[in-house]
Write a protein that binds this ligand. Structure first.
Ligand SMILES: Nc1ncnc2c1ncn2[C@@H]1O[C@H](COP(=O)(O)OP(=O)(O)OP(=O)(O)O)[C@@H](O)[C@H]1O
Length: 471
């Protein structure tokens, strides 16, 4: 919610500046008009100013009310935005058609939109009624001033030419008044949003970047009795986890869905901090390291790594934009992720766009091709520790084989941590750590774990069985 409020607030700063300028210009016109109109009748002119104020005050009061109302209805707005997104985004298009859920989603949208709109309409209607009522008062004053002017023309104190001058000025006064009021209301409205942004900025970061040490090469990683639950949740997803990873060791994390493997990676990269226990790198607590330098030491492929609607080259180099890389580095990363064939199909080579969202000539990739590009991006980063969370989930058998061969080759001078549900890939690991329900239940080499009646051996046999042709 706070993030949503903050996003809206960023544009407010620009809006306040524009409204401030418009307001100053409207006020100058308004004051000049008033000074001349005052010559007709000072009391009526003062009255004109006085009756214009309640409308401004009322508008301001309602602006605040409406803003606060909006804040309490952000959830509904987000739900409606989400439903609009589902109904228009390409990734949902197939299921939407297959399941024929267009009407279902529309009804869901209407169920939120109906009460939301009804409540907002009620609030806005009251505002419009009162503002319209109050705006009649300046009109009445203007009529009075024009009546006085007419009398003065009849008495010969003013000419008919003066009438057109003053009626023009009064019209000018009204339009400048409206412009000034609109600008003032907008400034007030935007200031409320900026205030929300300031409140958002004041929220302390869940992960404090108080460490000062620079991390260069990683020589050891240790998890010591680490427990963790996601903020705002009850369930402890990691419980008393302990294991270590030595320099140049290849470690595979194995476990059922939801066991906690990806969460371990998130803690290592300090997206979250452990609730108890500690994680040590090169013997020092991860919190001692400056966060950017800590993360710089890892090349990581996340489980659901998205690609970017940028060029193929940018999709690779984005993982290390400060690297002074040449084209060969990009080609090598593509080769190692078994993605060279993707480049061969691209009309504009590395400068081809990987999406048709903004470029008509862009190329839409398959799921597996997307994963290869994400993997190439990870290899391009070339940090001392490689982390791959399910690197081959969408790959064809040949690509998977090649990728794990590359991984074996690339990780020779590196430390590597990877997760894989396809246990044939764990063969390349020096150590396998089996996680179950957030705890380490066993660890060892493939052979060690296969020799005893381990959970790993059971998993491995499940998969191996499928490949053995039964007579
Ligand atoms: N952002 C989050 N907020 C709350 N709970 C979460 C969050 N992310 C994951 N979890 C929960 O933490 C637990 C561990 O999830 P995690 O993604 O680490 O599992 P995993 O072992 O990587 O699973 P998989 O093999 O399916 O990728 C799960 O119960 C999941 O529901």
């Amino acid at each position: 919610m706070s993030l949503e409020m903050a996003k809206r607030s960023v544009l407010s700063v620009i809006s306040v500046l524009w409204s401030g300028l418009s307001c100053v210009s409207a006020l100058i016109t308004l004051i000049c008009a008033l000074l001349i109109i005052g010559k007709v009748s000072i009391p009526l002119t003062v009255l004109l100013v006085a009756v214009s104020l309640p409308s401004a005050i009322l508008n301001q009061t309602y602006t605040k009310k409406l803003y606060q109302w909006n804040l309490t209805h952000i959830k509904e707005e987000r739900q409606m935005n989400y439903l609009s997104f589902i109904m228009t985004d390409k990734s949902y298009a197939q299921e939407l058609r297959l399941f024929n859920i267009g009407d279902f989603l529309k009804e869901k949208f209407k169920a939120i939109w109906g009460p939301y709109f009804a409540k907002k309409k009620k609030l806005t209607k009251k505002r419009v009624f009162l503002v319209t009522l109050l705006s009649v008062l300046p009109q009445l004053c203007i009529l009075g001033i024009l009546a006085v002017l007419s009398l003065r023309i009849i008495n010969g104190n003013n000419t008919v030419g003066d009438y057109s001058l003053y009626s023009g000025l009064l019209a000018q006064f009204l339009s400048s008044l409206m412009a000034a009021l609109t600008s003032i209301i907008n400034i007030y409205d935007q200031k409320l949003r900026i205030h929300s942004f300031e409140e958002f900025e004041a929220i302390p970061n869940a992960v404090a970047n108080t460490g000062t040490e620079k991390l260069n090469e990683i020589t050891s990683i240790e998890f010591n009795d680490v427990s963790f639950r996601y903020p705002g949740t009850e369930k402890e997803v990691l419980q008393h986890i302990s294991f270590s990873v030595k320099k140049h060791e290849k470690v595979c994390l194995v476990g059922l869905n939801g066991a906690g493997k990806s969460t371990l990676i998130k803690l290592l990269l300090r997206f979250y901090d452990a609730e108890s226990g500690n994680i040590r790198i090169n013997g020092a607590d991860v919190k001692n390291y400056e966060i950017t330098s800590l993360r710089k030491a890892f090349s990581c492929l996340f489980q659901l790594s998205p690609n970017y609607a940028f060029t193929l080259r940018e999709n690779i180099t984005i993982s290390d934009i400060f690297k002074n890389a040449d084209e060969n580095d990009v080609l090598e990363a593509l080769y190692n992720s078994s993605a060279s064939d993707i480049l061969d199909q691209m009309a504009d080579g590395l400068d081809s766009y990987l999406s048709r969202a903004y470029e008509e000539n862009g190329t839409e990739l398959s799921g597996g091709q997307h994963q290869k590009i994400a993997l190439a991006r990870t290899f391009f980063r070339n940090s001392s520790v490689l982390i791959l969370d399910e690197p081959s989930a969408s790959l064809d058998p040949e690509s998977e084989y090649k990728v794990f061969c590359s991984l074996e080759k690339l990780s020779r001078g590196k430390t590597a941590i990877f997760t894989s549900h396809r246990l044939s890939n764990t063969i390349i690991a020096d150590k396998i750590i089996v996680i179950e329900n957030g705890t380490v239940i066993e660890q060892g080499t493939h052979d060690e774990l296969m020799e005893k009646a381990s959970r790993y051996a059971t998993f491995f046999t499940y998969q191996a069985d499928r490949y053995i042709r039964k007579k």
